[in-house]
Design a binder for this molecule. Sequence first.
Ligand SMILES: NC(=O)c1ccc[n+]([C@@H]2O[C@H](COP(=O)([O-])OP(=O)(O)OC[C@H]3O[C@@H](n4cnc5c(N)ncnc54)[C@H](OP(=O)(O)O)[C@@H]3O)[C@@H](O)[C@H]2O)c1
Length: 334
Amino acid sequence: MIGGSGILINWAILGTGVVANEMARALKKAGKRIYSIGNRTHSKAVAFAEKYGIEKVYDDFHAMFYDENVDVIYITTPHNTHISFLREALSAGKHVLCEKSITLNSVELREAVKIAAEKKVVLAEAMTIYHMPLYKRLLDMYENGDFGRVNLIQLNFGSFKEYNMKNRFFNKSLAGGAILDIGVYALSLARLFLTSKPVDVLSRVEYAPTGVDEKVGIVMTNEQKELTVISLSLHSKQPKRAVISCERCYIEIMEYPRSCEAVIVDAVSGKRDIISCGDKQCALQYEMEDMERAINGDKKIMHLDDTIDVMALMSKMRDEWQMYYPEESDGKIL
Ligand SMILES: NC(=O)c1ccc[n+]([C@@H]2O[C@H](COP(=O)([O-])OP(=O)(O)OC[C@H]3O[C@@H](n4cnc5c(N)ncnc54)[C@H](OP(=O)(O)O)[C@@H]3O)[C@@H](O)[C@H]2O)c1
């Protein structure tokens, strides 16, 4: 049951794939309670429960939405399945931490946000960047005026994934593509440091043979004329590198989705200072601990407004490219 500090919150996990295993390890390590597990393939849920000592396995995973012992559901299924599970879980009054990208588009996200508000529950995207201690420290320094204003943000993210239709990365029916899979990280980091949401957005896409976005270049500015340049690739490796260029220095961050270290380079002297903060092995633990804080009242900590801005940008770009998923046959995604 939900309670104030000291009372364990009951987590249910939906899905038993790569990231579900990672979160289960994080929850166990942090001494949290994984009350139940549900999965489309029931035998995998049984094996998962044995592996992590989980007491409850559902014969039909939909039962988790109506289980009165469940406080919060962590959704870890492919992007295109999120909205139907969000709809069901939120309507049943459950708090939800949903893997990125939280929905396919802004229309779906608006619906989920509305249900969460009506039911007075926490809805959040599992975006590691918002919860890493490094970014909390850098934002404090930024707000303290240590860096001066942000002028330019440059972000790269490139993975090499095979053109394999058995996994979700290039499969259009599983909402594959660069923008929803990796672009969401770059855009979330940019949004964290930008004063306001970008309003002028230019993008260029090249498609994979499967018809999803494989390479994307983005250039965008906001009302304050802060410029962001992003380069994404899903079949070509690039460093996950962020450079945030401010008036007094630039901040370089490698492996930025889960980074614990930033190099601050003084704009005049070139002097380099290293800021170390947190442990990247604990990325999901930070996220889940913030989710529990939100359930106990501090909703802002989950950055839902930033998630909404990022989803609006991704939807706008895909709408311009006319790249829609099978679930979006009416083309209404904004
Ligand atoms: N935060 C991070 O660092 C991070 C890292 C990786 C992935 N992710 C995100 O996490 C999510 C899952 O990624 P993953 O790599 O863990 O995926 P995965 O290993 O392929 O696992 C997918 C899970 O979803 C289930 N599933 C697939 N289609 C379904 C459907 N139609 N209905 C119900 N369940 C379905 C699968 O069930 P079966 O066992 O029956 O196939 C499996 O349990 C994605 O949103 C992804 O972007 C986040």
